[in-house]
Design a protein around this ligand. Structure first.
Ligand code: FES
Length: 97
């Protein structure tokens, strides 16, 4: 699925009381911040990709939760590598011809 080319891709990591009960939410946020800065520095600095945290995304389990916007897709305990692949695909889909 391709997202709207004009909308930035936002990765929202929950660091709320359930998701971060054992530190997993903040660990996911930190790992993603490092990985995105390494793989997509230009997209981050231009605002095409953004990483943010939230206190609760209202889909609590006991795993780390991440929501993509604008699609609204929710991932439970996602692998950083899988998210990087998803970001790469979305950025490629947004490239002008
Ligand atoms: S605490 Fe993470 S979704 Fe509610």
């Amino acid at each position: 699925m391709s997202l709207n080319a004009t909308a930035p891709l936002r990765l929202l990591v929950c660091v709320g009381p359930r998701c971060d009960e054992t530190g997993g939410g903040r660990a996911l946020h930190a790992a993603l911040a490092q990985a995105l800065a390494e793989k997509f520095p230009d997209a981050l600095s231009s605002g095409r990709v953004a990483l943010q945290s939230r206190d609760c995304l209202r889909v609590c389990t006991r795993a780390q939760i991440l929501r993509l916007e604008p699609s609204g897709e929710v991932f439970s305990d996602p692998a950083v590598e899988d998210l990087l692949r998803l970001v790469a695909v979305e950025l490629q889909n947004d490239d002008p011809l």
